[in-house]
Design a protein. Sequence first.
Length: 156
Amino acid sequence: MIKYLIMDVDGTLTDGKIYMGSNGEMFKAFDIKDGCGIKDILPDYSIIPIIITARGSKILENRCKELAIEKLYQGERNKIGRLQQILKEENANLSNCAYIGDDILDIQCMTPIKEAGGLVGCPADAVQKVKNIADFISTRNGGNGAVREFIEWLLK
């Protein structure tokens, strides 16, 4: 039974681009459909959203507040280490997880989750190594509703 949806951010919840202004300000775009899936659909199924990302940004903190995502872990290159710590605290295991990511840093979580019986997905524009592992490949690119499509697939 899936209890946790673990998500990467850049390239998954966003299009993977970082927009920088001339004064150093940064911008990211998030899809409203992904947000609705996380905030309005997951709670009805008692699935807890978790974000584990290698980058860090105030932008993401703000988005997580909007979506009521309480489990946000930034600056995590050892994603599997963080995930194992979370699961230990929650008294859960990898089979209770679904994971969506787009690049090679995500493989360290995707492979053990899949081997444990959990589910893994990726956006349409994920790197090939990630697509080779995925149970689900979205028809949408990262930042364009791929997470929402994965959520709907999980719940079927």
